[in-house]
Design a protein around this ligand. Structure first.
Ligand SMILES: Cc1cc2nc3c(=O)[nH]c(=O)nc-3n(C[C@H](O)[C@H](O)[C@H](O)COP(=O)(O)OP(=O)(O)OC[C@H]3O[C@@H](n4cnc5c(N)ncnc54)[C@H](O)[C@@H]3O)c2cc1C
Length: 341
C-alpha cells in the first residue's frame, strides 16, 4: 500500500485499504457457497521482535481504529502476547481477528471443483509452450493448440513465456516450509491455544500456524538466489526451537520449498501483451488473498470494466536489464542487507 501511495499519490490510499479486504470477502463467500473444506479460521498475530516493530504495529493499530475496526484489533505488550502464545520471543503484537488463515491447496482444489461445476474446463499437465497473438489468439501445448477470444497469462514466476515483455519483471525467491509430527492436545494448548496464524515484522520473516491435523506448519527465511535450499528442516528447526523451546527435538515429518514471485516494488503486475492477451503476476509471497482480488480485477477488465485495472496498470515497475541473470543476484544482495542484524 505504501508503495502504491508513493507511486500513485495519497488519493489511492482509501481505494487500497478497501480493496485489501476484498480478497477475504471473495474467499469467505466461496467457502460458504461451495462448501469448501479448507480449515478457514479467523485470527492473526503480527508480532514485534524489537521496539521499532512496535512503532509500526501501533501505527497500523491506530489506523485500524480510525477506520472503525476497534472490535477486530488489539495491541498487546509482551505479557499480552504470552497470554496468547507459548513464546517469550516477542515484545508485543497486533492481534487481528478479521484476518483469516486456511489450507491454501484445499482452497484451490475446492475452487477448481466449483469452477468445473459452473462449466470451466481445466487441463492439467498441459504446459503452454507459446502464445500466438492475433485476432483470435491461441495457446500452444505439446498436444495441440487452443484458440480463444481472450488469453490471460497467470503462471506467476514459473513460466518462461513472453520473455520480450516480461523478462526481468519478477524473480523467484525460494521459500521453505516444514510441518512437525502431530503435537497432541497438551502441546497445542501450550504453544498456540487460540489457533492463531503468527508472523513477525521482519522483512524476511518467520510465519506459522497449526494444521487441521494438529501439526505446527512453520515457514521462514527465503533463498533469494533463485536456487533451492537443500536442507529446509535443518534451516528451520533452530527457528522453531527459538520460538518454542517446548518443541526442542520435535519430529519434522514434511518439508518442501517453492518459488515466490517477487516484484521489486511489491505491487502486483498486470497489463496487456496485445489487444486480447493479458497478464497478471507477482504477489511477492502474499498471493493467497491478493490473487482473488487481482482475479476479479482481471475478469472485470476482460469484460470491459477497466477502472481498477487501469489503477494498477499505471504503477511503474522496474525491469532489470538482463532480467533473470542479473535480477536474482540483485535481489539476493538486497535481502542479505535486510537480513543483517
Ligand atoms: C513457500 C511459500 C509460502 C507462501 N506463503 C504465503 C502465505 O503465507 N500467504 C500468502 O498470501 N501467500 C503465500 N505465498 C505466495 C502464494 O503462494 C502465491 O503468491 C500464489 O500462489 C500465486 O498465485 P498464482 O495463481 O499467481 O500462481 P501459482 O500459484 O504459482 O499458479 C501458477 C500456475 O501456473 C502454472 N503454469 C506455470 N507456467 C505454465 C505454463 N507454461 N503452462 C501451463 N501452466 C503453467 C503452474 O503450474 C501453476 O499451477 C507463499 C509462497 C511460497 C512459495
Amino acid at each position: 500500500r505504501k508503495q502504491m501511495r508513493n507511486t500513485l499519490g495519497d488519493e489511492v490510499d482509501d481505494f487500497i485499504w478497501h480493496l485489501r479486504w476484498r480478497g477475504h470477502e471473495i474467499i469467505k463467500s466461496r467457502v460458504a457457497k461451495y462448501g469448501i473444506d479448507c480449515d478457514l479460521k479467523h485470527g492473526h498475530l503480527h508480532t514485534a521482535m524489537k521496539a521499532s516493530h512496535m512503532d509500526e504495529l501501533k501505527a497500523t493499530y491506530d489506523e485500524a481504529l480510525r477506520r472503525g475496526m476497534e472490535a477486530d484489533v488489539t495491541l498487546l505488550d509482551a505479557a499480552g502476547v504470552r497470554a496468547q502464545l507459548g513464546s517469550d520471543l516477542y515484545c508485543g503484537a497486533l492481534k487481528n481477528t478479521r484476518n483469516m488463515h486456511l489450507h491454501p491447496l484445499n482452497l484451490c482444489l475446492g475452487e477448481a471443483k466449483a469452477a468445473e461445476s459452473l462449466g470451466a474446463l481445466i487441463f492439467e499437465h498441459s504446459e503452454v509452450l507459446d502464445i500466438v497473438h492475433g485476432p483470435r489468439p491461441a495457446v500452444v501445448t505439446m498436444g495441440g493448440r487452443i484458440e480463444a477470444k481472450q488469453v490471460l497469462l497467470a503462471g506467476d514466476v514459473y513460466h518462461k513465456l513472453e520473455r520480450r515483455r516480461l523478462k526481468g519483471m519478477i524473480f523467484p525467491a525460494m521459500g521453505g516450509i516444514v510441518t512437525t509430527a502431530p503435537l497432541g492436545a497438551e502441546l497445542i494448548e501450550a504453544i498456540n491455544p487460540f489457533d492463531l496464524a503468527v508472523y513477525d515484522c521482519r522483512f524476511v520473516l518467520d510465519y506459522y500456524r497449526l494444521t487441521g491435523d494438529g501439526r505446527l506448519l512453520f515457514g521462514g527465511g527465503a533463498n533469494y538466489s533463485g536456487r533451492d535450499s537443500r536442507d529446509i528442516a535443518g534451516e528451520l528447526r533452530p527457528c522453531i526451537e527459538r520460538t518454542f523451546p517446548q518443541l526442542k527435538g520435535v519430529q519434522i515429518d514434511f518439508q518442501w520449498s517453492c518459488a515466490m514471485g517477487i516484484v521489486m516494488n511489491r505491487i502486483p503486475q498486470l497489463g496487456k501483451l496485445s489487444s486480447n492477451v493479458w497478464y497478471c503476476q507477482g504477489y511477492s509471497g502474499h498471493g493467497v488473498a491478493t490473487t482473488h482480488i487481482m482475479g476479479e480485477i482481471m475478469a472485470k477488465a476482460i469484460t470491459g470494466d477497466l477502472e481498477q485495472f487501469d489503477t494498477f496498470a499505471a504503477c511503474k515497475h522496474i525491469k532489470v536489464p538482463l532480467g533473470d541473470q542479473l535480477g536474482n543476484p540483485m535481489l539476493a544482495a538486497g535481502m542479505w542487507y535486510y537480513q543483517m542484524p
